[in-house]
Design a binder for this molecule. Structure first.
Ligand code: GLN
Length: 188
């Protein structure tokens, strides 16, 4: 099962090692030609959403990926990836893919709390959650399934093929989120 990992900027290598541990084949998506490699799931990693959004357009990868996501390609989007999928950003004029009906606030925890660690339930299982200059999901559309909350905020959610987290599951010692994602890919 081949998974494409957006690898233009940010924390893509950690996602790759998690998915490979679970037996997935990974391809790093760095340039337009990589999009022809035939993948059945997509990872949008954490990093800097403005940089990723800009590079996606400059490298001419944006339209292809948007079309695939709209057509139901399963996608795991973490942190900056969540920002790329959100259909509304409360403190930023940009919308990138805009395929996930959530309103997201960038860098929502401010300077003091810009990075923190906690443990909360994800789909009934307690998992570690590392937040790094994380966004908050302020609200979600009616069809969005809330999978986890931390400090009163929604931190993981899913709608059809789109699975988003505000934290960094690739930094966890567990593979819960990646497993959940691969099951989504398998089902499709
Ligand atoms: N602060 C970053 C942004 O707004 C996201 C941080 C992250 O991905 N860890 O794009």
């Amino acid at each position: 099962m081949k998974i494409g990992i957006l690898a233009v900027q940010g924390a893509f290598a950690e996602h790759k090692s998690k998915l490979e541990k679970l037996g997935a084949d990974c391809v790093e998506l760095r340039k337009k030609e990589d999009l022809d490699s035939g993948f059945y799931g997509l990872v949008l990693p954490g990093g800097e959403s403005t940089v990723q959004g800009k590079l996606l357009r400059e490298l001419e990868m944006f339209a292809f990926l948007k079309e695939k996501i709209q057509a139901g390609l399963p996608v795991l989007a973490t942190c900056a990836g969540l920002i790329l999928l959100a259909d509304h950003l409360s403190n930023d004029g940009h919308v990138y893919f805009g395929t996930m009906p959530v309103t997201v606030k960038r860098n929502a925890y401010g300077r003091q709390l810009s990075s923190f660690y906690t443990e909360e339930a994800f789909d009934g299982k307690q998992i570690p959650m590392t937040f790094i200059r994380a966004p908050q999901i302020l609200s979600a559309g009616p069809a969005v399934r809330i999978l986890a909350r931390a400090r009163g905020q929604i931190v993981a959610a899913q709608q059809a093929g789109q699975l988003v987290t505000a934290f960094h599951p690739e930094l966890s010692h567990l593979v819960t989120i990646h497993q959940h994602f691969l099951e989504m890919v398998q089902r499709r």
